[in-house]
Structure formats: structure tokens, C-alpha cells
Design a protein around this ligand. Structure first.
Ligand SMILES: O=C(O)C[C@@H](Cc1ccccc1)C(=O)SCC(=O)c1ccccc1
Ligand SMILES: [Zn+2]
Length: 174
């Protein structure tokens, strides 16, 4: 079922998520709900912490989430992912975040990374990523470590975003 996506300045976004010991039926249900929530947003990635579950679980689907016609879906699950190698070469992408809605900024990251992770069947895998795949997996793994893409921006830009979301939260709270 759909889960609520937590939004800045929710402090939970800064938690370091815990490794998954065993792929249980509960983890499978969480992954199901994460895909449903991600497609509904729409987004191309989601980290469990964004639905308030501090577990090292990521879902991704780079196929255009709202291409209109039949979307050829390519759902991916990463459990306990770690970057084990990265290129010196960097690439810049305009990133967004479902926890920082309607804010997009260019972020520079290694262009290619090698990721080691466990899949939903409990199999340990390693994959090379480049392009949007590399950017997205790094953005999601950052979420697992309580890091947000605004942390890579200038202090000026970051404070502006925080101010905007903190004011909005206060107004909502009033
Ligand atoms: O907050 C998240 O982790 C999801 C985020 C992932 C991401 C996007 C772009 C660069 C790096 C990481 C999103 O999916 S934001 C929404 C988005 O990018 C998008 C939405 C609809 C169509 C295409 C992209
Ligand atoms: Zn994000």
C-alpha cells in the first residue's frame, strides 16, 4: 500500500539506516509498498528512510515513470548496497528528491560506480553503473547515510532551501 513520503525538515531523513539481516516477508512487503509509492510520486528511486523505515533498502526504476503509454518497467531492488569503486571522472546531473519537492539543482558525482548489494532473493551481486543509473544509486545510498543532495550545494543555496521548507513546516504546524 501507498506510504507517506517524509519531507524536509523531518529529522528522520538524517538517520543512518540499519543493514537488513534477513530478507523476510516484512521486507518484501516494504519493497512492494516502496515501488507503489515511488511509481505514484512519480520518482525513479526511493530509499526506505523516505517512508520512515530506517533500513538499508532501495528501489529504483529508471524507465520513464510517466511516459504516458505502456511504461516498460525495469524495477530494481538494492539491499545493503555499498559503493566499492568509483571513477575519478565526474558527471553533473540536475537532481530532484521526493523528500525535497519541487527543488532541482545540478550535482556533481563520480560518473561511474561499482555497487555491491544483495538482491531480493538474498543473492550477493556486483554491478557497474554509469549515467543516470550511477547518479541515482549514489543519491539513494546517500539517503541510507542521512545525506541529502542539498548537502553538496553552497551554504547559501542550502540555507535558502532549508529556510523555505522550515517556514512551510511551521505554517503547516500552526
Ligand atoms: O528522492 C529520491 O530518492 C527520488 C529521486 C531520485 C533521483 C532523481 C534524479 C537524480 C537523482 C536521484 C527522484 O526520483 S526525483 C523525481 C524525478 O527525478 C523524476 C520524476 C519523474 C520523471 C523523471 C524523473
Ligand atoms: Zn532523494
Amino acid at each position: 500500500s501507498l506510504r507517506e513520503i517524509i519531507i524536509l525538515p523531518d529529522k528522520q531523513l538524517r538517520l543512518v539506516s540499519k543493514p537488513v539481516e534477513k530478507v523476510t516477508p516484512e521486507i518484501r512487503q516494504l519493497v512492494d509498498d516502496m515501488f507503489q509509492t515511488m511509481y505514484d510520486a512519480p520518482g525513479i528511486g526511493l530509499a526506505a528512510i523516505q517512508v520512515a523505515q530506517p533500513l538499508r533498502v532501495i528501489t529504483m526504476d529508471l524507465a520513464k515513470p510517466d511516459a504516458g503509454g505502456e511504461t516498460k518497467r525495469e524495477p530494481r531492488v538494492f539491499i545493503n548496497p555499498e559503493i566499492i569503486a568509483k571513477s575519478d571522472e565526474l558527471s553533473i546531473y540536475e537532481e530532484g528528491c521526493l523528500s525535497i519537492p519541487e527543488y532541482y539543482e545540478e550535482v556533481e558525482r563520480p560518473a561511474r560506480v561499482r555497487v555491491r548489494f544483495t538482491d531480493l532473493d538474498g543473492v550477493l551481486r556486483e554491478e557497474d553503473a554509469e549515467g543516470l543509473y550511477a547518479t541515482c544509486i549514489q543519491h539513494e545510498i546517500d539517503h541510507l547515510n542521512g545525506v541529502l543532495f542539498i548537502d553538496y550545494l553552497s551554504k547559501l543555496k542550502r540555507d535558502r532551501v532549508l529556510k523555505k521548507f522550515t517556514k512551510a513546516a511551521k505554517r503547516a504546524g500552526e
